[in-house]
Design a protein around this ligand. Structure first.
Ligand code: BGC
Length: 434
C-alpha cells in the first residue's frame, strides 16, 4: 500500500441535513413531514452530529485522517429571510476550531441540497432572486468564518437537478411506451395491471400533492435544489455559484473556491456514443464557462453508466451491486478524474466517493481500488489534491432514509447514538502521509 504525500488531504465527508439533526427550518424537513412525502422516513435527530461533532472529529483524527468536509446549513444560519442567527455561526466556528485542534483541514460546503423554507416560498431554485439571496448568506458566513478557512465549496453537486430532470424524463418515456403498448393490446389505460400504474390515482395524487405543497410552501410546486431543474434554473444555479465566488474572493481572497459535481464514469458501447456524449455534456461540459474562474473542481463519483444503441444500459449481468443498486465499480473514479482533467484546468479534489454496503470488507476493497486509481493519476501529473470518502457516518440518505450504510463509522440511533468505527476508517487513515 502506497501512502500519499503529507499535504494530500485524506478525509471523510458529511452534509449538515444528513447528520446534524433537527434541521427544522429547511425544505427537506418540511417535505419529510408532509402527508404526501416521497421520503421513507423523517430525519428527526439524524445522527446528532450537531451535539457530537467533537467525538466524530476525534474519531477521524485517531484513525489518521487529516481533513474533514462538512456543510454549513443555510436554513440554520438564516432561518427567516434576512434574519441571521449568530449562535449558529458560533456553532460552526467551534466545529472548525475542533478540526484544527485535531489536525484536520476543514473543507466547508455552503450549500448541500437543503435550503431554507423561505427560499422555496419565493420560487426556490427556479427564482431569479435566488443567486442574490445565496450571495447574501455567503457574505454573512464568510465575513465571520472565512478567516479560518482555506477551502470552500459553494454548492454541492450543482448538476443534481439536471440529472434528476433527465431521470424523470427517461421514466416518463418508459411509462408512455408502456401505456401505448397496453392500449394497443386493448387494456384499459387506468387498469392497475399496467405495471402497477393507475393513471387516475396518479392524477389525484398530483392534485393532492399540489394542494399540500401550497399549504406548506405557499406555492403549488416546490422548487427544491434536487427537484428536476429546467435549463433556466440550471443557469441560475451557476449564477448563484458565480455570485458566491465573487463574494468569497472579495472577503477572503486567499480561500480556494470551487463547486462539486456528480460525475458518472460514462462509457459508450457501439451505437451509444452520442447519448454518452450528451450525458457528459449535461454533467460537466456545459458548465465549464461558469467554472473558468474556480480554483478547484470537486469530483464526486459513485459508479459508471453505460450506453449502447438502445440507450442507458443496466449493470452487467451478475455485477456486484451496492445497497443503492449501483454497480460496484471503484475504477470509475480514475476514469472520471482523467476525463475531467482534460477539460477543467484547475486543481481537482475528490469531494465524494464511496459505497453503501453492510459488509465493510467491500468498503475497504472499494477504497483501496479507488485510491490506487487516484495514485496513478497523480503519478501521471494530474493535480489531485485530496480524497474525501462519503461518508463519515451511517447517516440519513435523503429519501431513502437510514437504511443505506455509507459510513466509515456505524451509528446505533436506537441506543444513545453510539458510534462504532468500522475497519474501513483506519484503513482510509493509513493512506494519509505523516
Ligand atoms: C450527495 C450525498 C449523498 C451521496 C450518496 C451524493 O449525491 O452529495 O448527499 O448522500 O451522494 O447518495
Amino acid at each position: 500500500m502506497q501512502v500519499f504525500e503529507k499535504q494530500f488531504m485524506i478525509g471523510a465527508a458529511t452534509a449538515a441535513h444528513q447528520v446534524e439533526g433537527n434541521n427544522i427550518h429547511s425544505d427537506c424537513w418540511a417535505q419529510e413531514h408532509m402527508v404526501h412525502t416521497s421520503y421513507t422516513e423523517p430525519s428527526l435527530d439524524a445522527v446528532d452530529h450537531y451535539n457530537r461533532y467533537e467525538e466524530d472529529i476525534r474519531l477521524m483524527a485517531d484513525a489518521g485522517l487529516n481533513a474533514y468536509r462538512f456543510s454549513i446549513e443555510w436554513a440554520r444560519v438564516e432561518p427567516q429571510e434576512g434574519k441571521f442567527d449568530e449562535a449558529e455561526i458560533e456553532h460552526y466556528r467551534k466545529v472548525i476550531s475542533c478540526c484544527r485542534e485535531n489536525g484536520l483541514e476543514p473543507v466547508v460546503t455552503l450549500h448541500h441540497f437543503s435550503s431554507p423554507v423561505w427560499l422555496i416560498r419565493k420560487g426556490g431554485w427556479e427564482a431569479e432572486t435566488t443567486p442574490a439571496d445565496f450571495a447574501r448568506y455567503v457574505r454573512y458566513v464568510m465575513e465571520r468564518l472565512g478567516g479560518e478557512l482555506r477551502y470552500v465549496c459553494t454548492i454541492n453537486e450543482a448538476n443534481m437537478g439536471v440529472q434528476v430532470a433527465a431521470i424523470a424524463e427517461r421514466y416518463k418515456k418508459q411509462m408512455m411506451a408502456q401505456l401505448a403498448r397496453a392500449q394497443a393490446a386493448g387494456d384499459s389505460v387506468n387498469s392497475e395491471v399496467q405495471m402497477g400504474i393507475n393513471l387516475e390515482k396518479m392524477m389525484q395524487d398530483q392534485k393532492a400533492i399540489a394542494e399540500e405543497t401550497m399549504q406548506v410552501f405557499g406555492v403549488s410546486k416546490a422548487e427544491c435544489f434536487t427537484s428536476p431543474r429546467t435549463p433556466h434554473g440550471d443557469a441560475l444555479v451557476m449564477e448563484a455559484h458565480k455570485a458566491a465566488r465573487a463574494v468569497i474572493r472579495a472577503v477572503c481572497p486567499a480561500i480556494k473556491v470551487g463547486l462539486t459535481l456528480s460525475l458518472h464514469d460514462i462509457q459508450a458501447l457501439p451505437g451509444g456514443e452520442a447519448a454518452a456524449e450528451k450525458d457528459w455534456d449535461d454533467e460537466l461540459t456545459h458548465y465549464l464557462p461558469a467554472l473558468a474562474g474556480d480554483d478547484f473542481l470537486g469530483v464526486q463519483n459513485y459508479t459508471r453508466s453505460r450506453y449502447d444503441a438502445s440507450g442507458s444500459m443496466p449493470a452487467p449481468e451478475g455485477a456486484e451491486l451496492t445497497q443503492m443498486n449501483y454497480e460496484f465499480y471503484p475504477e470509475g473514479l480514475e476514469h472520471v478524474i482523467r476525463r475531467v482533467a482534460r477539460q477543467f484546468h484547475g486543481d481537482l479534489i475528490v469531494t465524494e466517493n464511496g459505497i453503501a454496503a453492510a459488509d465493510d470488507t467491500r468498503r475497504v476493497a472499494f477504497i483501496e481500488r479507488a485510491l490506487a486509481g487516484v495514485q496513478r493519476c497523480i503519478a501521471d501529473g494530474l493535480p489531485v489534491k485530496g480524497y474525501f470518502y462519503w461518508s463519515l457516518l451511517d447517516n440519513f440518505e435523503w429519501q431513502k432514509g437510514y437504511a443505506m450504510q455509507f459510513g466509515l463509522v456505524a451509528v446505533d440511533r436506537a441506543n444513545g447514538q453510539k458510534r462504532a468505527p468500522k475497519p474501513s476508517l483506519a484503513r482510509l487513515g493509513a493512506y494519509a502521509g505523516k
